[in-house]
Write a protein that binds this ligand. Structure first.
Ligand code: CTP
Ligand code: MG
Length: 241
């Protein structure tokens, strides 16, 4: 069945092979349906947190629980369907646009592909391509702009109606027109899902239910935008930059 979308980090320590600690004793909990923003300077560990939730890497110490279950005890296929990820570098496969939305999951039919493309505002640009949904793209994108690749990534991430959505700098490489297309769709897309957002522009994270401020691999502060401004700590400093 569908996940509820609760995420909990319990005293997580993590280092990339042979490197220093990147995450140090990180603990936090995200309730189902909440939107949480991760902020902090470059290298603070934001993307590493995402890499662990997706199990691109495993923790060295501690635990990550989704709906109360250690993700190491879950099936990779379940995690992949229940966690939609959009990262800065969109990974495309040579094949048509349809394939790049559904990948190898043949249970996603043409109707579903169109539906999710409309929902994420990707449909409009796809319709402008000579072969529409059958347009061939290459790993480097082919005829797609950076913004179009990003819209495609959103459609792919949402194809399974995931309980959890993760956006890592997801609109940083796109033109302002695409960004506003994404912003328009974002409220609808995140509704009813647990969402983790990473963005350098703090204006885009203000409305999060909770903001986690990372500093050199540790959680420095956590709270709402208003609470953190009032605190006049690291978030306040970053916000003034
Ligand atoms: N790192 C590493 N090996 C990798 C990826 C990252 O050693 N394959 C290191 C980085 O050099 C950095 C630390 O891990 O010191 C945290 O990286 P990351 O989580 O990617 O930092 P972010 O907070 O995501 O930084 P940015 O804002 O630049 O994306
Ligand atoms: Mg990052």
């Amino acid at each position: 069945g569908r996940f509820r979308g609760e995420i909990e980090f319990r005293n997580v320590w993590f280092a990339y092979e042979g490197e220093d600690w990147v995450l140090k004793d990180v603990s936090f909990k995200v309730e189902p349906g909440e939107t949480v923003a991760l902020v902090g300077a470059t290298g603070a560990g934001k993307t590493s947190i995402i890499n662990l939730i997706c199990r691109f890497y495993d923790v060295n110490r501690g635990q990550i629980l989704v709906d109360g279950v250690d993700i190491r005890d879950m099936r990779q296929s379940d995690l992949r369907r229940q966690i939609g990820v959009v990262q800065q570098d969109v990974f495309l496969f040579s094949g048509d646009i349809k394939y790049n939305i559904r990948l190898n999951d043949t249970e996603i039919d043409d109707e579903k592909i169109r539906e999710v493309a409309r929902y994420t505002n990707a449909h409009r640009f796809i319709e402008t391509k000579p072969n529409k949904y059958d347009e061939e793209v290459t790993e480097r994108g082919g005829t797609l702009s950076a913004g179009q690749r990003q819209l495609l990534a959103f459609a792919r991430a949402l194809a399974f109606d995931p309980a959890i959505l993760i956006l890592d700098e997801a609109t940083s490489a796109v033109d302002t027109e695409t960004e506003s297309l994404i912003q328009d769709a974002l409220e609808k897309i995140t509704r009813g899902r647990t969402t983790i957002i990473i963005a350098h522009r703090l204006s885009t994270v203000q409305h999060a239910d909770k903001i986690i401020v990372l500093h050199k691999g540790r959680i420095r502060e956590c709270g709402t935008h208003e609470e953190l401004l009032e605190k006049r700590g690291l978030y306040y400093k970053l916000y003034l930059l």
